[in-house]
Design a protein around this ligand. Sequence first.
Ligand SMILES: NC(=O)C1=CN([C@@H]2O[C@H](COP(=O)(O)OP(=O)(O)OC[C@H]3O[C@@H](n4cnc5c(N)ncnc54)[C@H](OP(=O)(O)O)[C@@H]3O)[C@@H](O)[C@H]2O)C=CC1
Ligand SMILES: N[C@@H](CC(=O)OP(=O)(O)O)C(=O)O
Length: 402
Amino acid sequence: MTSAVNSSVSPALSAVAGESPSVGLIGWRGMVGSVLITRMLEEGDFAHINPVFFSTSNAGGQAPSFPGVTPEETTLQDAFDLDTLLKLPIIVTAQGGDYTSEVYPKLREAGWSGIWIDAASTLRMADTSIIALDPINRDVIDAGLEAGVKEYIGGNCTVSNMLMGLGGLFTHDLVEWGTAMTYQAASGGGAKHMRELLNQFGTLHSAVAEDLSDPAAAILDIDRAVLEAQRNDLDATQFGVPLAGSLIPWIDADLGNGVAKEEWKAGVETNKILGRGENLAPGVTSRGAAVPFDSLCVRVGALRSHSQALTLKLREDLPLAEIESIIASGTEFSSFVPNEKDATVAALTPVAATGSLQIPVGRIRKLEMGPEYISAFTVGDQLLWGAAEPLRRMLLISVGKL
Ligand SMILES: NC(=O)C1=CN([C@@H]2O[C@H](COP(=O)(O)OP(=O)(O)OC[C@H]3O[C@@H](n4cnc5c(N)ncnc54)[C@H](OP(=O)(O)O)[C@@H]3O)[C@@H](O)[C@H]2O)C=CC1
Ligand SMILES: N[C@@H](CC(=O)OP(=O)(O)O)C(=O)O
């Protein structure tokens, strides 16, 4: 590895193409950031970059040490120090939207011309950015790089997972319209939300542990005690209302028109990733009209991995075998699950999908509404394809290694 921080204030793209460019890593110890670092270590990505670790809370502290990774800066840099950030040709952040909103505009105003790779939603729909999901939209990313686009943002977790599973149908332009009903895990909210869900389960179990251990205890008495605890005893600081043994049919902000922000993302981000419709980055020519796509998003008591049930209207009446084959070959990470009970319950659950880069897709069948209407169910680890994986791959693309 070479020098940790380049000396030019406004790094040129040639610096990016050079050997082991300096890459600022912000948000590396958060949940998404930790998964990102783990994947980078697994894939040997640090051989291609010179990492500079930042912190918003512990500048000057010890930089992390990972096997085989030797950053030249042994201390954590201040993530709010523009002078340090300005010297980097590439910055990767999983710190969150507040950080992006505060720092990114200041960097550009100061003349920074490096590449910004971000997990947060803040810049996703800006007409200067590309949503990076390269197994689906490598052509869009390459067009952006060619045109000098500098913002590459990871997509919303449900959207990225859905396209990684069902992308073949979209890239073959077979989808006339679609809807997704989501079943999103607690992890989508962050680490505190995961803890809260587990603590809620613990509180509920404690409330009825004695009766549960007695097989003769009346189940309706247990049910009543659980409901009592759900309504009165659960810490719901993060989610606002109980999640354990319940669900929450609203995710992210209320847009004021009956639409949850998470639902709005489904349509706009799907089309932007595919390079369809308007609002595309410079250099990206539209691949066609936007596909109407909408969703209804629900938080459920799964711990990690988001699921979704889809209804798609295809543009033509294709045989099921052909639909299955297009899905299975959509990306090297899509895996087709036969529409049978045993295969479905074994492979198509958050427990089965967590920790895997494979995105299983199943429950494919024709619907009563007509031969062009199909159902589908997919589930994916939202911390992998839903957050960290597109970022690490975009970093590799930007340094010419993918
Ligand atoms: N959660 C998800 O599924 C997805 C998240 N995202 C995006 O990624 C962003 C980051 O999400 P997420 O990783 O869940 O956020 P986290 O809250 O886990 O981490 C964000 C930052 O919090 C600080 N932090 C404070 N206390 C701790 C602690 N005890 N352990 C670790 N970090 C701590 C760290 O900053 P520092 O080291 O500077 O103190 C860290 O970088 C989100 O805001 C969102 O924009 C995108 C897709 C999916
Ligand atoms: N909103 C998602 C997680 C997330 O961070 O999404 P986004 O990156 O679009 O804000 C969820 O709660 O499951």
